[in-house]
Design a binder for this molecule. Structure first.
Ligand code: NCD
Length: 306
């Protein structure tokens, strides 16, 4: 079965297949025949089971499924509104959901490792839509697709990544993914207390990926081809979360290369000044838009349409 659990399961060859299909779907959308011509999963059903808040991931998966002809069953806030509140285990919930014949289950959960636990008992593919502080593989795929679309390559890039590298699953997944391509160098920007964990550090070393850790924002911005920013993940702190100190505003944009791009998985809280939105290098809204197309291709891949 083709689950989507983490980014290490995707190699560059498979990714280029998925991205090829993504850009095909995207160009169909732009053509006159428009959206409604991808009905490859008509009559199938997708469950969107979300234990944590989401806007983009949940809605873009639902939209992706819709344009592929699928029915969607959604549970938002499953932590409170599912039987989890009565004490049901994730494993039992997944076993029950499988009885209703979904084709695929998209799962966002607050615990790291939850997607794998679900996959271990599921009779249908599980797509990890974020497992606590673990990974967010579909986000990383859409991030890399966006990088490729803008920069024309996925290797030989200098990528500045910030700011809560300890807790952010999107920055983690992106680092794991960029490490699969040659000659990428990562400039990891964060306060000392929010640096990457040892698991990711060991992986980067093992892969021979060039990376440096710094708290110097201006230095990182001046060197990067891609700047990937993400908020402080305040929900992952047991005590009080620190204030955001790495804010990208107009003065920081002046430091960035003229052909660099600024990305963010969003939501934006305080990490990017809205005045930056009009700068053509700020592509976070297009990035979010790409999410639907990548997820359409992924739904086709997990269901073995290609
Ligand atoms: C991210 C997440 O949920 O990890 N959001 C998203 O899916 N685009 C990033 C975040 O919440 O900061």
């Amino acid at each position: 079965m083709r689950h989507v659990l983490d980014v290490q399961q995707f190699d560059p060859k498979l990714l280029s297949l998925i991205f090829k299909r993504t850009s095909e779907i995207q160009s169909h959308f732009k053509s006159k025949h428009a959206a409604h011509n991808e009905r490859s999963l008509s009559g199938k059903m997708m469950f969107n089971i979300f234990y944590e808040p989401s806007t983009r991931t949940r809605i873009s998966f639902a939209s992706a499924a819709h344009f592929l002809g699928m029915e969607v069953v959604n549970t938002e806030n499953a932590r409170e509104f599912s039987s989890a509140i009565k004490g049901e285990s994730l494993e039992d919930t997944i076993k029950v959901l499988c009885q209703y014949n979904p084709t695929v289950i998209v799962l966002r959960h607050n615990e790291e490792g939850s997607a794998l636990r679900a996959a271990n008992v599921s009779t249908v593919p599980i797509i990890n839509a974020g497992d606590g502080g673990g990974q967010h593989p579909t986000q990383a795929l859409l991030d890399l697709y966006t990088i490729n679309q803008s920069k024309g390559r996925t290797s030989n890039l200098s990528v500045a990544i910030g700011t809560d590298l300890l807790h952010s699953r999107t920055t983690r997944s992106l680092c794991y993914l960029l490490a699969q391509y040659p000659k990428n160098s990562l400039i990891l920007v964060s306060p000392k207390t929010l640096r990457i964990g040892n698991d990711l550090r060991s992986y980067l070393i093992e892969k021979g990926t060039n990376f440096e850790e710094t708290d110097n924002l201006d230095y990182a911005l001046s060197k990067a081809d891609v700047v990937y920013w993400n908020r402080i993940q305040k929900e992952r702190f047991t005590g009080r979360a620190p204030k955001q100190t790495y804010i990208i505003g107009p003065p920081q944009m002046d430091i960035m290369k003229r052909d660099a791009i600024l990305m963010d998985p969003l939501p934006r809280v305080d990490q990017i000044d809205p005045r930056v939105d009009s700068d053509k290098r700020a592509i976070y809204f297009e990035q979010a838009g790409n999410g639907m197309f990548v997820r359409m291709a992924l739904l086709e891949w997990v269901t073995e349409i290609f």
